[in-house]
Design a protein around this ligand. Structure first.
Ligand SMILES: [Zn+2]
Length: 281
């Protein structure tokens, strides 16, 4: 189920962008409770029947996967044989890579400052990975971002135009350096999608945005058609969600699940990608 009850009557709902509904009752967004319970009331059009070959755990993972579908397909309008760079290799970034690969991307490049995350991304859905260089002393953030994009292009054989350029950027980190690097990196006429929520105000190379005639969009949650495609891609074995479930907890141990997610790793040192809490027995 989509964990947000939209009103169905406002301008955005009626125009097919219900993710922008101002009256949405979104689970776990105060004052609304989350979905940790035996029952959860939701308009029926936001609930989906899972195909027989999918588990309830797969079903729970449709929420983050739909964020990837919304950014890469619905807004990014990816086409087969394109090159995509995803900044941030957390759950949303990994799933964006998976969607890009499933929809026929030629190269899927993961960017992160954590080598372990990059190693995981390489084994999951990334064809290439990039660990940014260290920032020089006294270097401004924008100069650092420009240098980062230039080094990335040189090392990965990326160009500003043509078949070796980056068609689509999915920014899933929210870090200023990644936003700027993505705008420098993307091809002339390319598309940049902001998914990560982080630094609220970022200096943008606006001239570059205009001379390259970039398409820049914000991506918020998911809307019409995103859950359907997410379910279909997993049901058709084009995306495997199981490797992303790093931790599983019983319903009664829900507090421990939140603590583990907050800490980023469990007591045994294993890093958290997604922690799943079982339903009540
Ligand atoms: Zn509405």
């Amino acid at each position: 189920m989509e964990p947000g009850a939209t009103c169905g009557y406002c301008e955005d709902c009626k125009h097919g962008r219900y993710q922008l509904c101002p009256d949405v009752e979104f689970a776990a967004t105060p004052p609304y409770d989350g979905t940790l319970g035996r029952y959860y009331k939701l308009p029926s059009h936001l609930a989906y029947l899972l195909p027989d070959n999918l588990s309830l755990e797969d079903g729970a993972m449709m929420e983050p996967l739909s964020v990837g579908v919304h950014s890469v397909r619905t807004l990014g309008q990816i086409k087969a044989n394109q090159t995509v760079a995803v900044f941030g290799a957390g759950p949303v970034g990994l799933l964006a890579l998976a969607v890009a690969k499933a929809l026929g991307a030629k190269r899927t490049i993961a960017v992160d400052i954590d080598q372990n995350r990059l190693d995981f991304a390489k084994g999951y859905a990334a064809t290439d990975v990039w660990l940014p260089p260290k920032k020089n002393e006294g270097e401004s953030i924008i100069d650092y971002s420009r240098r980062n994009s230039e080094e990335m292009k040189a090392k990965l054989g990326l160009t500003d135009r043509g078949p070796t350029s980056v068609d689509l950027i999915i920014e899933a980190s929210g870090a200023a350096v990644c936003v700027q690097t993505g705008l420098f990196l993307v091809r002339t006429g390319g598309t940049f999608i902001q998914v990560g929520m982080g630094t609220p105000e970022v200096t943008i190379p606006i001239t570059m945005l205009l001379v390259k005639e970039l398409t820049v969009k914000g991506s918020f949650r998911y809307g019409p058609g995103d859950y359907e495609l997410a379910i279909a891609l997993v049901a058709q074995n084009k995306i495997d969600l199981k490797p992303l479930v790093s931790h599983r907890f019983k319903f009664d141990d829900a507090v421990e699940a939140f603590q583990t997610t907050k800490a980023g790793k469990s007591a045994d040192g294993k890093g958290v990608i997604k922690a799943i809490i079982d339903g009540p027995q």
